[in-house]
Design a protein. Sequence first.
Length: 432
Amino acid sequence: MKTDQKDRASAFWMPFTPIEAAANPLRVASGQGSWLVLEDGSRLLDGISSWWVNLHGHGRREIAEAIYHQALTLEQVIPAGLTHGPAEALAEGVLSHLPEALCRMFYSDDGSTAVEVALKMAVQYWWNQGETRRTRFLAFEGAYHGDTLGAMSVGDRSSGFSDPFRPLMFDVTYLPWPSTWDDDEDVELKEAAALKTLDEALENHGDTFAGLIMEPLIQGAGGMRFCRPEFLLGVQARMKAAGLLIIYDEVMTGFGRTGEWFSCVKAKTSPDIVCLSKGITGGFLPLGATVTTKKVQDAFLGDDPSRTFWHGHSYTANPLACAAGLASLELMEEEPFRKFENWHRELGEALKNHPRIRRFRAMGTIAAMELLSDGSGGYFDVSGPLLRKAFLDAGVLLRPLGNVIYILPPYCTTREELTLIYESILRVLSTF
Ligand code: PLP
């Protein structure tokens, strides 16, 4: 049956996109390096690594070939009771870049399911030890951990996106997030207030908590809000003293994004569970992973089948995704993520003192800034979709989070390409 372009567009229901707004989507034909090529031949510079997943550029031959060869060898196998080389090698490779205490990797399909696994693993860790009341989590205001029910439950609830599902979500104890900017004089006060809330929660409800979940160093979808390693250490000290589990959601921050392999390495902290996805396959195929320690794993040992972690999906540890992950890991060995923080700081100089920008900040490969309406202190009043369209018209794929513009490039991006992104921001600002 012949389908015209309009029908094709309407058959594909896009995520996080109002149906009307998706009536005339841009049609992408191909991708190469940091660029996307549209069907009409025009090009877009990918400033957000296609929703933060792409590490080494689009069309990267090494990863494409690894997937091709793996597909000819073993495309998929039931993962319960059977194992294969790519799953084992990728687990070992990823673990070699994480703190030593993390020694076991459980695969899933994406960031949300990596978080679901972490939450379930934490609850069953306690259940297996007879502590069945420990089902409650501590989480942070402003957090985003995904859009499945459990992941939504531990995420921020103020934006409205989870409103219809509230009756299905479980209760969480929220802590304030001490957002930190370069010139922030109140940071220690904000951190102390957040830690005091944590102290009070532990004192009042300590025996009902399973653990705490957080995005370490950078809250991503909540607005690229940074915090200091000192804060992570403060949280860690309290959680370890209370004997509770710390879950790091490194779905966004993992694989070099903060300028180190992982946030926990950068902050010199040792979480009990780490959630990974996005960059794990270099952006080629979906894959999630939940990494944990011997201490957590040991709670699942024993002859009684009820101690088994009863979780798994049809495509768990898919060999093609694992092969892509291995090829990506090899490209990561050159640590291409290290160069970006200096570039951001140098190029950011032109924006820092712009009257409509405040809080320009950079950590590792990520830079972010907030837009003001007119320099008078009010928030920028141009809506997100309008800004997004203005950037697309300028030939750049950027996707502001409210009034926060951020840049999160693939690691193959050259300094010249990054300069084009910064120039496009100045150009777009001058049109509003
Ligand atoms: N956790 C964090 C920190 C994220 O940024 C995201 C997605 O943006 C997720 C979890 C969910 O990942 P996915 O969209 O792959 O389900």
